[in-house]
Design a protein around this ligand. Structure first.
Ligand code: ZN
Ligand code: ZN
Ligand code: FE
Length: 766
């Protein structure tokens, strides 16, 4: 070779283990005729390459440009070292070091290369439901400890056959160190059970497909839990699934074979198609086409349908066995219980729901439900960040000067770990009211701490004393506790996503959160930064008759708001017996079992009840979702009045109050005058946009701030999010909203972490 040789040592951090990174580096170096080595060092990858300078430059470019799809390079630092002149390029055996950062990749949908093999009759893994490689397959859901290797996954009990071992050990093979590697000879197997026991003489996938196409319900073991499946076109089957699962209205997700099938059911733009096909394979909420061939019972009210594409080899085989028809794929549980993950648990708990159970002997360690995303004005709104996304690390603009555990909220719980300039937000754990979910929470917190090798010195939690997560946090000894107000956590969560520091205006609207004044907050304008905020404005507080019950019975909130506005009652609430209404009216008047709340979520309930959804909802937020889909049907340009108390006042005290009485009075007047519910819903949404614009302007005048952050569960609402964003941008505000974690309580843990990091950075922890 002519010219001089140079040698470069490159340190790479990020998601670079368990994703096929070393074989990729090996292949690249070999192709460019470089010598040297690559090695895993704790949580990072170390490379030394030697060769002519041009090839070295090309190597560094390609490292970034064509890294394996699952890899995420957070940092890449190269320096010159002395040339050594080895004969070739090698992969050195792994060796742990003191570096504490260990990453686990999220679970990933079956890749194209594996799919090709799956359907190739000549391949030894033809039709094998557990095919995977370094670019795809289970990760988080099978992990039992750290470091990530086969011994510390639920694949430990499967001894590799000789051929699998050879692939596993060959640096040139695309299954080099694919920890869950398996084949029909040595790997997991399927089995099917019906009411009478194991079905031995039939192929389990055939048996499941036959059951599905003849209108029966099948439980299918997935990556992070069981699904309940049925034919999505079969009205009777879907209705039966609803009845047996005790799930009355909540929409079911549907799995379709591919993009063409998705397009036949829903409007799918290019960005949505990308999202559907992304390696995370989330459920994507899409606008349903008129006359889409899907049973009405799949999504009873609403204009949207949640679609996803197959993401395991088993899904692909099943879809092909049912002739690519659309299947309902909903979580394998009864109503509000956590999704089943263990075989015996599934067989006992799902008995009576499923006619057939399709399972296998690869255990699921971490319960991880499907992620749910929608696109609003071309940007994602994450309804649930879980399978496929968690636990990928998020970069932070601030430093966690000590390791932090943030335990999240009570509902839609996630927890988060923070270290240095990184946060790891967990999968969706669920509602901690449920004992099974709380057990999983405790086990998974311990697993994450072990796996990521992080012992927290600081534990951040909500101020609500009755949250199971708060009690868990306070029971931890030998750590610094940081209590974080619920809405401050929401705000800090969105700020952390965007790397925002310094003061902002936060619009924090949700269902309920513990307020420091003893009332329930949920319609807040906070001004401040990650470390501290003050309540600059809020909705007028009204009674919440029956406490949490009010979230499921919207008429209660309607009654509370009507009485607040000086009105007695409304014909819209007639479906509720008069004696019941009168009892609740008394609760409101006497303040018995009726805490005060400024919640915008509950304001949505009140308006929905007046629009015709008075009686029981089966899940929180249902009334608001229904109101949003109603509003989509109207182009009315009207709006309702509201009052802003003391907007001109200087300083921070007292906060402005958004008086909802004129609004409620006009809604009720419209209703009584026979105005269509869709028009009322539309006007209500416009009014809320007006409220944000009005308050934001007043706060800008007071404080000079122009950065506005939108957060809280109410911002799952697409109309509100898009229109507020547009209006504020038009008035020269800088608007920020969530794109990575949920605006709802699933995003709380990240915010708690961000606040805690700010407070421990100060000399005196609060
Ligand atoms: Zn693959
Ligand atoms: Zn094998
Ligand atoms: Fe909240």
């Amino acid at each position: 070779m002519i010219g001089r040789l140079e040698r470069r040592a490159i340190d790479i951090r990020g998601v670079v283990q368990g994703v096929g990174f070393r074989p990729f580096v090996h292949g690249l170096a070999t192709r460019l005729h470089l010598v040297g080595f690559v090695a895993n060092r704790g949580g990072r990858v170390e490379v030394e390459v030697e060769g002519d300078p041009e090839a070295l430059a090309e190597f560094e470019r390609e490292l970034r440009a064509s890294a394996p799809p699952l890899a995420r390079i957070e940092s890449l630092v190269a320096r010159d070292v002395a040339a050594r002149g080895e004969p070739d390029f090698r992969i050195h055996p792994s060796r742990g070091d003191a570096s504490p950062a260990v990453y686990i990749a999220p679970d990933v949908a079956t890749c194209e290369a594996c799919l090709a093999e799956l359907f190739d009759p000549a391949d030894r893994r033809f039709a094998y439901p557990f095919i995977n490689c370094t670019a795809c397959g289970p990760r988080l859901t099978i992990i039992t400890g750290s470091p990530y290797d086969r011994e510390r996954t639920t694949m430990a009990g499967f001894a590799m056959c000789e051929r699998c071992r050879r692939e596993y050990e060959d640096p040139g093979d695309r299954r080099f160190h694919a920890e869950p590697i398996a084949c029909p000879e040595c790997g997991p197997r399927l089995a099917a059970f019906d009411g009478s026991g194991s079905i031995r003489d039939a192929d389990p996938i055939r048996a499941a497909a036959t059951a599905l196409t003849s209108g029966r319900i099948v439980a299918v073991k997935g990556l992070g839990g069981f699904h309940l499946a049925c034919d999505a076109e079969n009205e009777a089957a879907v209705a039966m699934l609803r009845a047996r699962k005790h799930r009355e209205d909540k929409p079911f997700a549907v799995m379709v074979a591919g993009i063409d099938a998705a397009v036949s059911l829903c409007e799918v733009d290019a960005a949505e198609a990308d999202l559907l096909q992304s390696p995370a394979r989330p459920i994507v909420l899409l606008a349903k086409r008129r006359g889409a061939r899907v049973a009405a019972a799949v999504a009873p009210d609403g204009n949207r349908l949640g679609l996803m594409l197959p993401y395991t080899p088993l899904h692909h085989l099943l879809m092909s066995a049912v002739g690519h028809r659309a299947l309902v794929m909903t979580s394998g549980n009864r109503s509000d219980e956590p999704i089943a993950i263990a075989n015996d648990d599934a067989r006992s708990r799902l008995r009576g729901i499923a006619d057939l159970v399709l399972l296998h002997d690869r255990d699921i360690r971490v319960r991880c439900e499907d992620s749910v995303v929608r696109l609003v004005a071309a940007s994602p709104v994450v309804i649930r960040r879980s399978r496929g996304y968690a636990p990928a690390p998020l970069g932070l603009a601030f430093d966690c000067s000590a390791p932090i555990l943030a335990v999240g909220g009570q509902l839609k719980n996630t927890f988060a770990l923070g270290r240095g300039r990184e946060a790891i937000v967990s999968h969706h754990v669920g509602d901690l009211d449920d004992l099974m979910a709380f057990d999983a929470f405790e086990r998974d917190v311990a697993l994450y701490e072990r796996t990521f090798n992080l012992g927290p010195a600081v534990v951040a939690h909500d101020l609500h004393p009755d949250y199971a997560s708060t009690r868990f946090a306070l029971a931890r000894t030998g750590v610094t506790h940081v209590g974080v107000q619920h809405h401050h956590a929401h705000l800090a969560s969105c700020m952390a996503e965007h790397g925002l520091e310094g003061p902002v205006i936060g619009v924090v609207w949700d269902g309920a959160g513990w307020g420091p004044d003893g009332s329930i907050w949920g319609g807040e304008f906070l001004v401040g930064d990650r470390g501290d905020v003050y309540r600059a404005a809020h909705f007028r507080a009204v009674a919440l008759p029956g406490g949490d019950l009010a979230a499921r019975e919207p008429w209660r909130m309607a009654l509370a708001h009507l009485r607040d506005a000086g009105l007695d009652d409304s014909d819209a609430l007639r479906a509720v017996p008069e004696t019941t209404r009168r009892a609740v009216a008394r609760m409101v008047e006497r303040g018995l079992n009726a805490p005060m709340t400024s919640s915008v979520g509950r304001l949505f309930d009140a308006v929905a009840a007046l629009c015709g959804a008075a009686t029981a909802m089966t899940f929180e937020g249902q009334a608001a979702m229904w109101l949003e889909s109603l509003a989509e049907a109207s182009a009315d340009a009207g709006r309702y009045p509201f009052d802003l108390g003391n907007p001109a006042e200087a300083g921070s005290m007292p906060p402005m109050t958004i008086d909802t009485r004129p609004l409620i009075a006009r809604v009720e007047a419209d209703r009584a005058a026979g105005v269509l519910p869709a028009v009322i819903a539309r006007r209500f949404h416009t009014t809320l946009v007006d409220v944000v614009a009005g308050v934001a302007r007043a706060l800008r005048a007071r404080t000079g701030l122009r950065r506005v952050v939108l957060t809280g569960g109410v911002f799952l609402n697409g109309i509100l999010t898009a229109e507020i964003e547009r209006r504020l941008a038009g008035e020269a505000f800088e608007v920020y909203r969530h794109r990575v974690v949920s605006p709802g309580d699933g995003g709380l843990s990240l915010g708690q972490l961000a606040v805690a990091a700010a407070r421990i950075g100060q000399p005196k922890a609060r």
